[in-house]
Design a protein around this ligand. Structure first.
Ligand code: COA
Length: 362
């Protein structure tokens, strides 16, 4: 694994005197968080936007001298998250492997990496850690919190857990509670990893590359759409000089390429842990019904869905918009499926820009 290095700053948020007690009741004696800030915070700490990232991403949402950001069509001068006006903060989530404490960090009690001894964490734990970071930075209220997929789950928790702190929220391509469909997909991905002989209950020396790659391949099929694969790859083969019939289909080769790329930049224990946190996500758990809990959100809310998302289809976004009191729903027509939030940044940028201007939260 070679996580992409970013210009993220690191800050220790919890230590032995003030450990993070997770929702599952475990204590993390040291929690360090890596974050990036794009744009300057005003003296009142009220011009801040938080971006919550998805499963395998990192804090580098905006472009910098260090390289392009994964959401630079939305973050930057003149973009919806205009860095001339706002301070945009994105932190690497709890349990990840891009600078924040996770399974590959050292457990201070043993001096060894946690690996699968890392406690079961929840989306709520991730959000509590983010809030502590913002308190430390002097943030007093948020213009908006925005994110897609696992990021969107965090956005919903922000709205529920800190209703007076967020003036608006923008959940994208997510669900109020993880669906059976997504649990099934994540379950297969985890099984691919844990069935790899190199896995060794998380104690691997070299990554279980075959398993992690397969997990990504399954994921990628669900991140894209039937229409896109048909248009992009069809029945094309990779072979040349009359040897096409014996060769791999282009779509197989594409998935293998994506699998290898993830093995090179992400960690297998981290994948297992974070996908499990996604599956445990349920805004209603121990709070009431989904309707009641979403009904408690006071932030102005823009729910965004992508027409061909078969992981978190528009129906999931419409459910959120139906129950959150001050919410609207917008749909982007796209063939790129769940990955639309990464591939279709222009229409996404336009929608968010309009929402921030017209909702009076800026
Ligand atoms: N065989 C092998 N490789 C192929 C190929 C084929 N038939 N067809 C395309 N590729 C490779 C290209 O060479 C290129 O490789 P590179 O990225 O190493 O340069 C890559 O595939 C381009 O395709 P893709 O990555 O699909 O480009 P895109 O612009 O459509 O999508 C991203 C960009 C960032 C969205 C996509 O790469 C990605 O990472 N998707 C997953 C993101 C994710 O985690 N989503 C879930 C969030 S919960």
């Amino acid at each position: 694994m070679n996580p992409r290095t970013t210009s993220a700053e690191s800050v220790r948020l919890f230590d032995a005197d003030d450990p993070l007690v997770t929702e599952s009741g475990s204590s993390l004696l040291e929690v360090t968080v890596a974050f990036e800030q794009f744009g300057e915070m005003n003296k009142d700490g009220t011009n801040v936007i938080v971006i919550c990232h998805a499963l395998t991403a990192n804090a580098h949402a905006g472009g910098t001298d260090e390289g392009p950001g994964w959401w630079e069509g939305v973050v930057g001068p003149g973009k919806a998250f205009d860095t001339r006006t706002y301070a945009v903060i994105c932190s690497n989530i709890l349990g990840s492997c891009y600078g924040t404490t996770g399974p590959r960090s050292l457990d201070p009690r043993t001096g060894k990496e946690y690996r699968m001894e890392f406690p079961l964490i929840s989306v709520r734990d991730m959000v509590r850690v983010q809030k502590k970071l913002l308190d430390l930075l002097g943030v007093k209220s948020l213009v908006t919190v925005c994110g897609s997929s696992l990021g969107g789950m965090q956005v919903l928790e922000w709205g529920v857990m800190y209703p007076d702190f967020c003036r608006s929220i923008v959940p994208i391509s997510t669900a109020a509670r993880q669906t059976a469909w997504c649990i099934a997909l994540n379950g297969v991905a985890r099984r691919a990893i844990t069935a790899d002989p190199l896995w060794k209950c998380g104690g691997y020396d070299a990554q279980p590359a075959e398993g992690l790659s397969l997990a990504r391949m399954v994921g990628m099929i669900s991140y894209r759409s039937w229409e896109e694969f048909e248009q992009r790859f069809g029945r094309t083969r990779m072979g040349q000089n009359g040897r096409e019939r014996e060769s791999m289909f282009a779509v197989e080769s594409y998935l293998q390429h994506q699998g290898k790329k993830l093995v090179d930049r992400f960690d297998a224990c981290t994948y297992v842990l974070l996908s499990r946190a996604m599956d445990l996500h349920d805004v209603a758990e121990q709070r009431g019904t989904v309707q009641e809990v979403l009904g408690s959100i006071r932030a102005k809310t823009l729910c965004i869905g992508f027409s061909s998302d078969n992981r978190y289809p528009p129906a999931n976004q419409k459910e959120i918009a139906r129950y959150v009191p001050d919410a609207s729903y917008s749909e982007i027509s796209s063939i790129h499926g769940h990955d639309g939030f990464l591939t279709d940044q222009e229409p996404l940028n336009r929608l968010i820009h309009q929402f921030l201007n017209e909702s009076g939260v800026a």
